[in-house]
Design a binder for this molecule. Sequence first.
Ligand SMILES: Nc1ncnc2c1ncn2[C@@H]1O[C@H](COP(=O)(O)OP(=O)(O)OP(=O)(O)O)[C@@H](O)[C@H]1O
Length: 279
Amino acid sequence: MAYLELNNIYKTYGEGENATEVLSDINLSIEEGEFVAIVGFTGSGKTTLVNLINGLLKPTSGKVLFKGEPVVDTSHERGVIFQNYSLLPWLNVGQNVYMAVKEAFPKESKAVLKQRVNEYVDMVSLTPAINKRPKELSGGMRQRVAVARALAMNPEMIIMDEPLGALDALTRGNLQDEILNIWSKDKRTALLITNDVDEAIYMADRVIPLKPGPNATLGPEFKIDIDRPRDKTALNDNPNYKKTRNAIIEYLMDIGAERKSVSTEEYELPEIAPKSFVA
Ligand SMILES: Nc1ncnc2c1ncn2[C@@H]1O[C@H](COP(=O)(O)OP(=O)(O)OP(=O)(O)O)[C@@H](O)[C@H]1O
């Protein structure tokens, strides 16, 4: 039994003439402890996919199974880091994280919960801003609070919907490493949705492209055969890295070109520009 299973998922928004099938025949199986990345084009249905797995949306047809049980609602077992850091504006950084940990650990003492809040706020380097409200923070800082909040709840499965997109390269790199630390140390299962091919290869065991919609579906998987912990600076010289990166980019360019030839809509390619650690 797979840890997370998506069987023949279809998702349509609207009805009748206004119906649009956003996702079509999605099949995905993730084993416990795996780190899987899905790279997708802008507007291809990535957030819809995350919401189906999280339990915020129901598929039009098909099944989402988590540890063999149908997903019918959200659950603390699956922690989602969204791209639009939804923080409570009237609470400061510490209180936003505290609310979440209190919900996840209702029986713990206030002192233990506060200790946990401090630990995760520190992890995202926001200790000096712990008393600030969201409106006093930059977009990147808010995103870091959202990361701290989701990870502090100790979810079994970490689901990330382009969580690091708004961050500068340095913060982004640090948080990638923090997420990988937590994933490997605590034996979590992770699903990362990203438009950054290098981020996907650096972090995941498998990278799966989501073809552009409407009727977006998953493409072939690319196994990332690079030992962990991975060294960003050494990646450039790793023949497996170069080979896999080229294969993924070639695939994405091909489906982008194919889609352009049958559609008048603009599709934005995933992030394939060289990163700081790519020559
Ligand atoms: N509630 C809704 N009702 C109707 N259409 C919707 C709804 N939510 C999303 N869509 C449409 O479904 C498509 C996929 O949206 P989704 O947000 O899942 O894509 P995405 O890949 O996450 O996008 P982005 O890269 O811009 O974040 C888009 O065309 C969007 O307009």
